[in-house]
Design a binder for this molecule. Sequence first.
Ligand SMILES: [Zn+2]
Ligand SMILES: [Zn+2]
Length: 329
Amino acid sequence: MATAFRATIETGAGPTVAILCEYDALPGIGHACGHNVIATSGAGAGAALAAAKAQLPKGRILVIGTPAEEGGGGKVKLIQGGVFKDVDCAMMIHGFDRTLLHQDLLGIVRVTFEYTGKAAHASVDPWAGVNALDACIQTFNAISMLRQQVRPECRIHGIITSGGAAANIIPEYAAATFYVRARRIDTMWELHKRVVACAEGAARAAGAGLKVIQHDTVYEPMNSNKVLLDLFAANMKTAGLAEGEPIPDRLGSSDVGNVSQVIPTIQPMVAIAPLGTAIHSREFADAAVKPLARAGLLAAAKTMAMTTLDLLAEPGLVEKAKEGFAARR
Ligand SMILES: [Zn+2]
Ligand SMILES: [Zn+2]
């Protein structure tokens, strides 16, 4: 990937630990996910370890720049490209309105529905048309009903990306994109099937054609790893980060979930915005360049550097982290 990078510190035969950086922003609202802080804290941890290179235990430290988290699946492509093949474990942090050692992430599959109908004058000959927008709107209605019959942690949300050309033409084409999320990979695919069935039923009701386009960026749910989290927790205290109140129902998704399905991986949340600030909001983008965010990024950089150092100093811990990972599978 053109905008990925990998920086390596090598001190001899030993474990390979990766520190991950994200740096993409959001269309229209900038760094409302605080990836500027993720990037700088990862780079900072790498710089700190590089400065201490002469005293480091044997091993290999990678700082990996992983682009396009917000929908592009950068880490999925890097996994497919073999970037994590010889990596023993990985860590990164994510900014939030509070510090949390672990936050679950939902798996997500993205799907686009394209409906084809038949254009006709909406007043002169409406009966001669087939309304593609009706099929699209009926899909939203069917999914709204489906939502009552799913587990509370599931999320289904969509937008209409094309809804017709003019009000006096029966729309011959309409399209919508939906994101379908669930806590487990298997339940995610079951839910995806039910969402596709909603679109099929709606298209049939309107007499429209339907094309289902499944995006190739499937994000998997986040695993946790007790060994890595315990190390991070101890270092976090040293760096002055205190854990906040858990909020198990605020659930997003990330391609770091895919990494966590391949190797032991953690992504603690670090406070970089005032408590109560919603992520992906303009308020969060403002907070991500304020002193609180700077304090969070420095503490996170120190915590990741010290956790990496722990793993290199005691390769048995890396083995334990991998055992925990294998047992879970
Ligand atoms: Zn985000
Ligand atoms: Zn993010």
